[in-house]
Design a protein around this ligand. Structure first.
Ligand code: ME8
Length: 510
């Protein structure tokens, strides 16, 4: 852990889009990382909505609303997504807030004062859907080159402000070369290195043919991507920094989807340097969630609706699935059937049954009271587990973190099978029986603490059934020492953690 505060962010989502499972994925990833970081020291997480730009202006017009009324009506949907997936952010920023406009203009002015901003005419193509300027050479069949978009582009001729991005190429190359972890995974790093080696053009950072954006003195509005990137520091209170948040938490870590790596790792660091600020500490550009091997899209009819998914399987089971199914960083497919299978096997059989069997044996042999710890426990084998989980999670190895935690699940299940408490009870070997039962309860206490970032509500339910007060949101270094569970704790078994789910008609493999 860095000595200073730890700060992690999601992209801010286009407010006019429909929330889907990919948005939930980024938000849950950041939530897992932030909850793990909070267990060790000061940490902050941020999400929000990207509300300016031509696309929003056009959509508002089509809906017969003012842009402000239009975005205000859409904002609650994005907060609902956070509630549905139990993601707890320290802040939610909307780019239409005054604090954001202030910071955006301040950054623009600093860059201009440093001689990096000049006026010129942008003559070229623009994709409104992606809010991206495209040079003619990049278009494919005259359309947007983004494989997810491929929409017609429009010709712009506007007198705009430009950022001297080209001047930062060498400094970016140096950043990439001296800090290979600046952008992960490796495939994204390689892609961006190739872009850098090909050279960078200056970037238009304002628009003058419509007015839905942050107004600039003298006319025009800021280009929506320029304003969007600044959310990461406007939410920290930059430039005034009245609460010292910027000083404590910047530079932060950005978690994004792979398609927006260029904005975050080439343009954003250069903007910050130009204003005399530090670039982000790290950027992690994860892969895409696919449905049956294809990117989800309305036209393919394969969109997995995030609200219905959380309702059917429970937020915690979906959170678990998203980060157990594939290494964080790669593309992977999701299906309701796969999710149901993992819920029944990993969560129901491995974890849920472990809790149920352990507490049932404790009830039968010790009236539900945690026995006195004795020698001969599994403690030695697990002492460095918390540090390993923490290191994996803070390095974005979210699946590896879960794999480590699952080793403890397996160890505890195995210890029941091998040490056979029912035989120890029959043979009157009380000390050995106490040792197994204590190990199981203490192991389950550890599991609820370690799993809390991934599955906050089920981990809290485990904690409650173990008869513990408060919640498993505790400081790991203090609480994850084997033997802290007090003898005499009265456990309180409840309903199964993950009741078995039978398939619905659309969940059966063809
Ligand atoms: O790009 N799989 O917003 P956006 C995985 N406003 N992640 C996905 C995904 C999928 N199928 N689909 C979306 C924008 N995401 C800009 C960002 S940031 C300063 C401005 C996630 O609403 C992923 O994180 O299009 C992706 O980068 C983001 O949602 C795009 O959200």
């Amino acid at each position: 852990m860095p000595a200073r505060g730890f700060y992690v962010t999601t992209p801010i989502y286009y407010i006019s889009g429909t929330p889907h499972i990919g948005h939930a994925y980024s938000s849950v990833a950041v939530d897992i990382i932030a909850r793990t970081a909070r267990a060790h020291g000061p940490a902050r997480s941020l999400t929000g909505t990207d509300e300016h730009g031509q696309k929003v202006a056009q959509a508002a017009e089509a809906a017969g609303a003012t842009p402000q009324a239009y975005v205000d009506a859409l904002a609650p949907r994005w907060r609902e997504l956070q509630i549905a997936y139990d993601t707890r952010f320290d802040d939610f920023i909307r780019t239409t807030e005054p604090r954001h406009a202030r910071a955006s203009l301040a950054l623009f002015e600093r860059m201009r004062a440093n001689g990096d901003v000049y006026e010129s005419v942008y003559e070229g193509w623009y994709c409104t859907n992606d809010e991206t300027f495209w040079p003619e050479s990049k278009l494919i069949d005259g359309r947007c080159p983004n494989p997810e978009c491929r929409r017609p582009v429009e010709w712009l001729s506007e007198r705009n402000w430009f950022f001297r991005l080209s001047a930062y190429r060498d400094r970016l190359l140096e950043l990439f070369r001296t800090d290979p972890d600046f952008l992960r995974p490796q495939s994204r790093y390689n892609e961006m290195m190739a872009v850098l080696e090909g050279g960078l053009d200056d970037l238009s950072i304002s628009r003058s043919s419509f007015d839905w954006g942050i107004p600039l003195p003298g006319g025009g509005v800021l280009y929506v991507w320029f304003d969007a990137l600044i959310n990461y520091i406007s939410a920290l209170g930059w430039p005034d920094d009245p609460d010292g948040r910027f000083a404590t938490f910047w530079p932060g870590v950005h978690v994004i989807g792979k398609e927006i790596a260029r904005f975050h790792t080439l343009i954003w660091p250069a903007m910050l340097w130009s204003a005399g600020l530090e670039p982000p500490a790290r950027v992690f550009a994860h892969g895409w969630i696919l449905a049956e091997g294809e990117k989800m899209s309305k036209s393919l009819g394969n969109v997995i609706e995030p609200f219905a998914l959380a309702e059917r399987f429970g937020a915690d089971a979906v959170r678990y699935f998203l980060f157990r199914e594939a290494p964080f960083g790669t593309d992977f497919s999701i299906s309701r059937e796969k999710l149901r299978q993992r819920l029944n096997s990993d969560l129901g059989n491995d974890l849920g049954n472990l809790l149920r069997r352990s507490l049932a044996m404790l009830d039968r042999y010790r009236d539900g009271l945690v026995p006195e710890p004795t020698a001969g426990s599994i403690a030695e084998g697990v002492s460095d587990l918390p540090a390993r989980v923490r290191d994996h999670v803070l390095a974005m190895r979210l699946r590896e973190g879960l794999d480590e935690i699952w080793n403890l699940v397996t160890t505890l299940n195995r210890s029941i099978d091998e040490r056979k408490p029912w035989e120890l009870a029959k043979a009157g070997r009380g000390d050995e029986l106490d040792a197994v039962l204590y190990d199981l309860c203490e192991g389950l206490r550890w599991l609820s603490i370690l799993l809390f970032p991934y599955m906050p509500s089920k981990a809290t339910e485990m904690w409650r059934q173990l008869g513990l007060s408060g919640t498993p949101e505790v400081r790991w270094p203090d609480e994850l020492t084997w033997g802290r569970l007090a003898a005499g704790t009265q456990t309180d078994p409840g309903l199964p953690l993950f009741p078995r789910l039978e398939p619905e008609p659309d969940e059966t493999e063809a």
